[in-house]
Ligand binder design. Sequence first.
Ligand code: GGG
Length: 360
Amino acid sequence: MKSYRIAVIAGDGIGVEVVDATIAVLKSAAKKFGFGLKFTGYDWGSEYYFQNGHMMPANAIGKLAASDAILLGAVGHPKIADHITLHGLLLPIRRAFDQFANVRPARLYPGVDSPLRGFPPRDIDMVVVRENTEGEYAPIGGFVHQGHPAEVAVQTAVFTRHGCERVIRFAFELARKRKNKMRVASITKSNAQAYSMVLWDRVFQMVAAEYPDIATESLLVDAAAMNFVRRPHTFDVVVASNLFGDILSDLSAIVTGSIGLAASANIDPTRRFPSLFEPVHGSAPDIAGKGIANPLATMISAGMMLDHLGEAKAGAAIEAAIRTVLSEGGPKTPDIGGTHKCADVQKAVIAALTKPPAKP
Ligand code: GGG
Protein backbone atom coordinates (compact mmCIF):
# COMPACT_ATOMS: atom_id res chain seq x y z
CA MET A 1 0.00 0.00 0.00
CA LYS A 2 1.31 3.43 -0.90
CA SER A 3 1.97 5.62 2.12
CA TYR A 4 2.82 9.30 2.51
CA ARG A 5 4.73 11.06 5.29
CA ILE A 6 2.91 14.18 6.40
CA ALA A 7 4.64 16.71 8.66
CA VAL A 8 2.08 18.55 10.75
CA ILE A 9 2.62 21.98 12.28
CA ALA A 10 -0.69 22.85 13.93
CA GLY A 11 0.86 26.08 15.26
CA ASP A 12 -1.13 28.66 17.19
CA GLY A 13 -4.68 29.52 18.20
CA ILE A 14 -7.36 27.93 16.05
CA GLY A 15 -4.62 26.21 14.02
CA VAL A 16 -4.72 23.36 16.51
CA GLU A 17 -8.52 22.89 16.28
CA VAL A 18 -8.76 23.02 12.49
CA VAL A 19 -5.77 20.73 11.98
CA ASP A 20 -7.14 18.12 14.42
CA ALA A 21 -10.47 18.10 12.57
CA THR A 22 -8.69 17.86 9.22
CA ILE A 23 -6.49 14.95 10.25
CA ALA A 24 -9.64 13.01 11.13
CA VAL A 25 -10.98 13.67 7.62
CA LEU A 26 -7.65 12.72 6.03
CA LYS A 27 -7.61 9.42 7.94
CA SER A 28 -11.11 8.62 6.65
CA ALA A 29 -10.09 9.47 3.09
CA ALA A 30 -6.95 7.30 3.35
CA LYS A 31 -9.02 4.36 4.62
CA LYS A 32 -11.65 4.75 1.92
CA PHE A 33 -9.16 5.11 -0.96
CA GLY A 34 -6.61 2.58 0.28
CA PHE A 35 -3.42 4.49 0.98
CA GLY A 36 -1.45 5.21 4.13
CA LEU A 37 -0.72 8.51 5.86
CA LYS A 38 1.98 8.76 8.52
CA PHE A 39 1.62 11.98 10.47
CA THR A 40 4.57 13.48 12.36
CA GLY A 41 3.57 16.43 14.54
CA TYR A 42 5.91 19.31 15.39
CA ASP A 43 5.04 21.54 18.34
CA TRP A 44 6.57 24.63 16.75
CA GLY A 45 4.96 28.06 16.99
CA SER A 46 4.36 30.64 19.67
CA GLU A 47 4.39 28.31 22.71
CA TYR A 48 7.70 26.93 21.41
CA TYR A 49 8.90 30.54 21.13
CA PHE A 50 8.00 31.26 24.76
CA GLN A 51 10.05 28.20 25.82
CA ASN A 52 12.99 28.50 23.41
CA GLY A 53 13.17 32.07 22.06
CA HIS A 54 12.53 31.03 18.46
CA MET A 55 9.53 29.71 16.56
CA MET A 56 11.15 26.49 15.36
CA PRO A 57 14.50 24.79 15.97
CA ALA A 58 17.60 25.31 13.83
CA ASN A 59 17.21 21.85 12.24
CA ALA A 60 13.51 22.37 11.40
CA ILE A 61 14.00 22.56 7.64
CA GLY A 62 16.04 19.33 7.67
CA LYS A 63 13.28 17.55 9.60
CA LEU A 64 10.55 18.79 7.27
CA ALA A 65 12.61 17.85 4.21
CA ALA A 66 12.07 14.19 5.08
CA SER A 67 8.29 14.51 4.55
CA ASP A 68 6.22 14.21 1.39
CA ALA A 69 4.06 17.20 2.33
CA ILE A 70 3.49 19.62 5.18
CA LEU A 71 0.13 20.50 6.74
CA LEU A 72 0.13 23.77 8.67
CA GLY A 73 -2.57 25.39 10.79
CA ALA A 74 -1.81 28.96 11.77
CA VAL A 75 0.88 31.18 13.22
CA GLY A 76 0.41 34.29 15.33
CA HIS A 77 0.04 35.23 18.98
CA PRO A 78 -1.23 38.45 20.55
CA LYS A 79 1.84 38.63 22.82
CA ILE A 80 4.44 38.24 20.02
CA ALA A 81 4.93 40.78 17.24
CA ASP A 82 3.49 39.45 13.96
CA HIS A 83 6.76 39.88 12.05
CA ILE A 84 8.51 37.58 14.57
CA THR A 85 5.98 34.76 14.22
CA LEU A 86 5.73 35.03 10.42
CA HIS A 87 9.46 35.42 9.72
CA GLY A 88 10.28 32.79 12.33
CA LEU A 89 8.27 29.95 10.81
CA LEU A 90 6.12 30.21 7.69
CA LEU A 91 8.25 32.44 5.44
CA PRO A 92 11.55 30.54 5.94
CA ILE A 93 9.75 27.27 5.09
CA ARG A 94 8.27 28.73 1.89
CA ARG A 95 11.69 30.00 0.81
CA ALA A 96 13.78 26.99 1.89
CA PHE A 97 11.55 24.65 -0.10
CA ASP A 98 11.25 27.05 -3.06
CA GLN A 99 7.45 26.91 -2.84
CA PHE A 100 7.15 29.67 -5.39
CA ALA A 101 3.47 29.26 -6.30
CA ASN A 102 0.93 29.96 -3.59
CA VAL A 103 -2.35 28.69 -5.00
CA ARG A 104 -5.45 30.18 -3.35
CA PRO A 105 -8.78 29.06 -4.80
CA ALA A 106 -11.99 30.99 -4.07
CA ARG A 107 -15.29 29.30 -4.90
CA LEU A 108 -18.80 30.37 -4.01
CA TYR A 109 -20.14 27.06 -2.71
CA PRO A 110 -23.85 26.27 -3.02
CA GLY A 111 -25.41 26.96 0.38
CA VAL A 112 -22.99 29.78 1.20
CA ASP A 113 -24.02 33.42 0.78
CA SER A 114 -21.71 35.99 -0.74
CA PRO A 115 -21.78 39.25 1.22
CA LEU A 116 -22.18 41.08 -2.11
CA ARG A 117 -25.72 42.41 -1.85
CA GLY A 118 -27.90 41.65 -4.85
CA PHE A 119 -25.18 39.57 -6.44
CA PRO A 120 -26.89 37.43 -9.05
CA PRO A 121 -26.61 33.66 -8.59
CA ARG A 122 -23.59 33.33 -10.82
CA ASP A 123 -20.68 31.11 -9.95
CA ILE A 124 -17.59 32.72 -8.55
CA ASP A 125 -14.74 30.30 -9.13
CA MET A 126 -11.28 31.80 -9.30
CA VAL A 127 -7.76 31.04 -8.15
CA VAL A 128 -5.28 33.63 -7.00
CA VAL A 129 -1.73 32.49 -7.74
CA ARG A 130 0.57 34.44 -5.49
CA GLU A 131 4.32 34.64 -6.09
CA ASN A 132 5.66 33.19 -2.85
CA THR A 133 9.43 33.51 -2.54
CA GLU A 134 10.46 37.07 -3.45
CA GLY A 135 8.78 40.38 -4.35
CA GLU A 136 7.77 42.59 -1.45
CA TYR A 137 8.39 39.73 1.03
CA ALA A 138 12.12 39.47 0.23
CA PRO A 139 13.97 39.65 3.55
CA ILE A 140 16.12 42.60 2.44
CA GLY A 141 16.27 45.74 4.53
CA GLY A 142 17.21 47.16 7.87
CA PHE A 143 17.08 50.06 10.27
CA VAL A 144 19.57 52.92 10.52
CA HIS A 145 19.77 55.22 13.57
CA GLN A 146 17.53 52.74 15.37
CA GLY A 147 15.60 54.26 18.28
CA HIS A 148 16.70 57.83 17.43
CA PRO A 149 14.44 60.53 16.00
CA ALA A 150 16.33 60.27 12.70
CA GLU A 151 15.54 56.55 12.41
CA VAL A 152 15.31 55.21 8.86
CA ALA A 153 13.83 51.91 7.70
CA VAL A 154 14.74 50.49 4.31
CA GLN A 155 12.79 47.59 2.80
CA THR A 156 13.69 46.39 -0.66
CA ALA A 157 11.39 44.41 -2.94
CA VAL A 158 13.11 41.89 -5.19
CA PHE A 159 11.65 40.95 -8.59
CA THR A 160 13.74 38.63 -10.74
CA ARG A 161 12.94 37.74 -14.33
CA HIS A 162 13.26 34.07 -13.34
CA GLY A 163 10.92 34.53 -10.35
CA CYS A 164 8.27 36.38 -12.39
CA GLU A 165 8.46 34.03 -15.33
CA ARG A 166 8.07 30.79 -13.41
CA VAL A 167 5.02 31.90 -11.42
CA ILE A 168 3.36 33.49 -14.46
CA ARG A 169 3.97 30.32 -16.48
CA PHE A 170 2.49 28.30 -13.59
CA ALA A 171 -0.65 30.49 -13.78
CA PHE A 172 -1.07 29.87 -17.52
CA GLU A 173 -0.59 26.13 -17.09
CA LEU A 174 -3.17 26.18 -14.28
CA ALA A 175 -5.69 27.98 -16.51
CA ARG A 176 -5.22 25.25 -19.12
CA LYS A 177 -5.58 22.51 -16.54
CA ARG A 178 -8.73 24.03 -15.00
CA LYS A 179 -10.46 24.34 -18.40
CA ASN A 180 -12.74 26.91 -16.78
CA LYS A 181 -12.83 30.37 -18.33
CA MET A 182 -9.36 29.98 -19.88
CA ARG A 183 -8.32 33.44 -18.64
CA VAL A 184 -5.33 34.76 -16.74
CA ALA A 185 -5.39 38.21 -15.14
CA SER A 186 -2.07 39.76 -14.12
CA ILE A 187 -2.12 42.28 -11.30
CA THR A 188 0.57 44.92 -10.75
CA LYS A 189 0.96 48.59 -9.94
CA SER A 190 3.38 49.28 -12.75
CA ASN A 191 2.30 52.90 -13.17
CA ALA A 192 3.87 53.61 -9.77
CA GLN A 193 6.36 50.75 -9.32
CA ALA A 194 8.10 51.63 -12.53
CA TYR A 195 10.94 49.09 -12.38
CA SER A 196 9.91 45.90 -10.60
CA MET A 197 6.37 45.77 -11.91
CA VAL A 198 7.27 46.97 -15.37
CA LEU A 199 9.56 43.93 -15.51
CA TRP A 200 6.61 41.78 -14.33
CA ASP A 201 4.34 43.25 -17.05
CA ARG A 202 6.96 42.61 -19.71
CA VAL A 203 7.47 39.02 -18.62
CA PHE A 204 3.69 38.53 -18.51
CA GLN A 205 3.37 39.69 -22.14
CA MET A 206 6.25 37.43 -23.16
CA VAL A 207 4.79 34.32 -21.49
CA ALA A 208 1.22 35.14 -22.65
CA ALA A 209 2.42 34.99 -26.27
CA GLU A 210 3.13 31.28 -25.76
CA TYR A 211 -0.49 30.62 -24.70
CA PRO A 212 -2.72 31.90 -27.55
CA ASP A 213 -5.59 29.75 -26.21
CA ILE A 214 -5.71 31.73 -22.94
CA ALA A 215 -7.30 35.18 -22.78
CA THR A 216 -5.44 37.75 -20.70
CA GLU A 217 -5.99 41.01 -18.91
CA SER A 218 -3.55 43.21 -16.99
CA LEU A 219 -4.98 45.28 -14.16
CA LEU A 220 -3.56 47.71 -11.66
CA VAL A 221 -4.12 46.40 -8.17
CA ASP A 222 -6.56 49.18 -7.26
CA ALA A 223 -8.72 48.38 -10.29
CA ALA A 224 -8.43 44.67 -9.48
CA ALA A 225 -9.69 45.32 -5.94
CA MET A 226 -12.75 47.08 -7.38
CA ASN A 227 -13.36 44.38 -9.94
CA PHE A 228 -13.08 41.53 -7.43
CA VAL A 229 -16.18 43.10 -5.85
CA ARG A 230 -17.92 44.36 -9.00
CA ARG A 231 -17.40 41.36 -11.32
CA PRO A 232 -15.83 38.49 -9.34
CA HIS A 233 -17.49 35.90 -11.61
CA THR A 234 -15.37 37.04 -14.58
CA PHE A 235 -12.04 36.00 -13.03
CA ASP A 236 -10.46 32.60 -13.56
CA VAL A 237 -6.73 32.51 -12.73
CA VAL A 238 -5.25 35.67 -11.25
CA VAL A 239 -1.48 36.00 -10.88
CA ALA A 240 0.09 38.61 -8.63
CA SER A 241 3.16 39.45 -6.60
CA ASN A 242 3.66 38.21 -3.06
CA LEU A 243 2.04 41.16 -1.28
CA PHE A 244 -0.70 41.90 -3.80
CA GLY A 245 -1.57 38.19 -4.03
CA ASP A 246 -1.85 38.03 -0.25
CA ILE A 247 -4.19 41.03 -0.06
CA LEU A 248 -6.32 40.08 -3.07
CA SER A 249 -6.79 36.53 -1.83
CA ASP A 250 -8.39 37.86 1.37
CA LEU A 251 -10.77 39.81 -0.87
CA SER A 252 -11.54 36.77 -3.04
CA ALA A 253 -12.11 34.80 0.18
CA ILE A 254 -14.62 37.22 1.60
CA VAL A 255 -16.63 37.64 -1.61
CA THR A 256 -17.07 33.87 -1.55
CA GLY A 257 -18.41 33.91 1.99
CA SER A 258 -15.63 33.69 4.56
CA ILE A 259 -11.91 33.45 5.07
CA GLY A 260 -12.89 30.28 6.91
CA LEU A 261 -13.34 28.68 3.47
CA ALA A 262 -10.09 29.98 1.95
CA ALA A 263 -7.61 27.19 1.28
CA SER A 264 -4.06 27.44 0.04
CA ALA A 265 -1.22 25.35 -1.31
CA ASN A 266 2.39 26.53 -1.25
CA ILE A 267 3.74 24.52 -4.14
CA ASP A 268 7.20 23.63 -5.35
CA PRO A 269 6.08 22.49 -8.81
CA THR A 270 9.49 20.90 -9.47
CA ARG A 271 8.80 18.50 -6.56
CA ARG A 272 12.38 18.76 -5.32
CA PHE A 273 10.97 19.71 -1.92
CA PRO A 274 7.80 19.05 0.05
CA SER A 275 4.94 21.48 -0.59
CA LEU A 276 2.99 23.06 2.26
CA PHE A 277 -0.78 23.22 2.64
CA GLU A 278 -2.52 25.65 4.99
CA PRO A 279 -5.69 27.67 5.40
CA VAL A 280 -5.29 31.31 4.38
CA HIS A 281 -6.56 32.46 7.78
CA GLY A 282 -4.38 33.12 10.80
CA SER A 283 -4.58 32.01 14.42
CA ALA A 284 -7.73 34.05 15.26
CA PRO A 285 -6.99 34.45 18.99
CA ASP A 286 -10.44 36.01 19.54
CA ILE A 287 -12.16 32.67 18.88
CA ALA A 288 -9.36 30.23 19.74
CA GLY A 289 -10.41 27.52 22.21
CA LYS A 290 -14.14 28.15 21.73
CA GLY A 291 -14.53 25.26 19.29
CA ILE A 292 -16.24 27.44 16.69
CA ALA A 293 -13.41 27.79 14.15
CA ASN A 294 -14.34 26.80 10.61
CA PRO A 295 -12.21 23.76 9.66
CA LEU A 296 -13.27 23.79 5.99
CA ALA A 297 -10.37 25.94 4.71
CA THR A 298 -7.90 23.45 6.18
CA MET A 299 -9.90 20.48 4.89
CA ILE A 300 -9.99 21.95 1.37
CA SER A 301 -6.21 22.54 1.66
CA ALA A 302 -5.81 18.90 2.71
CA GLY A 303 -7.75 17.86 -0.40
CA MET A 304 -5.28 19.90 -2.47
CA MET A 305 -2.47 18.11 -0.65
CA LEU A 306 -3.82 14.68 -1.60
CA ASP A 307 -4.23 15.84 -5.19
CA HIS A 308 -0.59 17.03 -5.20
CA LEU A 309 0.54 13.70 -3.76
CA GLY A 310 -1.14 11.84 -6.61
CA GLU A 311 -4.32 10.82 -4.74
CA ALA A 312 -6.56 12.93 -6.96
CA LYS A 313 -9.69 10.83 -6.35
CA ALA A 314 -9.36 11.18 -2.59
CA GLY A 315 -8.69 14.92 -2.89
CA ALA A 316 -11.76 15.39 -5.08
CA ALA A 317 -13.84 13.27 -2.67
CA ILE A 318 -12.97 15.59 0.25
CA GLU A 319 -14.04 18.60 -1.79
CA ALA A 320 -17.22 16.83 -2.88
CA ALA A 321 -18.03 15.92 0.75
CA ILE A 322 -17.61 19.56 1.78
CA ARG A 323 -19.81 20.67 -1.11
CA THR A 324 -22.48 18.17 0.01
CA VAL A 325 -22.41 19.37 3.63
CA LEU A 326 -22.72 23.02 2.57
CA SER A 327 -25.37 22.53 -0.10
CA GLU A 328 -27.55 20.10 1.85
CA GLY A 329 -27.97 22.31 4.92
CA GLY A 330 -25.36 20.54 7.04
CA PRO A 331 -23.73 22.14 10.07
CA LYS A 332 -22.11 25.54 9.59
CA THR A 333 -19.81 27.50 11.87
CA PRO A 334 -20.74 31.11 12.79
CA ASP A 335 -18.46 32.74 10.17
CA ILE A 336 -20.80 31.43 7.44
CA GLY A 337 -24.00 32.13 9.33
CA GLY A 338 -24.34 28.92 11.35
CA THR A 339 -24.36 28.08 15.03
CA HIS A 340 -22.43 24.83 14.91
CA LYS A 341 -19.03 23.84 16.18
CA CYS A 342 -15.87 22.75 14.42
CA ALA A 343 -16.47 19.17 15.68
CA ASP A 344 -19.99 19.09 14.13
CA VAL A 345 -18.57 20.07 10.76
CA GLN A 346 -15.84 17.43 11.09
CA LYS A 347 -18.46 14.71 11.74
CA ALA A 348 -20.64 15.84 8.84
CA VAL A 349 -17.74 15.94 6.35
CA ILE A 350 -16.61 12.45 7.40
CA ALA A 351 -20.20 11.15 7.11
CA ALA A 352 -20.52 12.60 3.59
CA LEU A 353 -17.11 11.23 2.62
CA THR A 354 -17.73 7.72 3.85
CA LYS A 355 -21.39 7.41 2.84
CA PRO A 356 -21.81 4.41 0.54
CA PRO A 357 -23.07 5.35 -2.93
CA ALA A 358 -26.86 5.12 -3.33
CA LYS A 359 -28.09 1.85 -4.92
CA PRO A 360 -29.38 2.38 -8.47
N1 GGG B 1 -2.40 29.77 7.94
C1 GGG B 1 -1.14 30.28 8.22
C2 GGG B 1 -1.22 31.63 8.87
O1 GGG B 1 -1.31 31.72 10.06
N2 GGG B 1 -1.19 32.66 8.07
C3 GGG B 1 -1.30 33.96 8.59
C4 GGG B 1 -0.39 34.95 7.96
O2 GGG B 1 -0.14 35.95 8.57
N3 GGG B 1 0.09 34.71 6.77
C5 GGG B 1 0.90 35.62 6.10
C6 GGG B 1 1.15 35.25 4.70
O3 GGG B 1 0.61 34.26 4.18
O4 GGG B 1 1.90 35.96 4.05
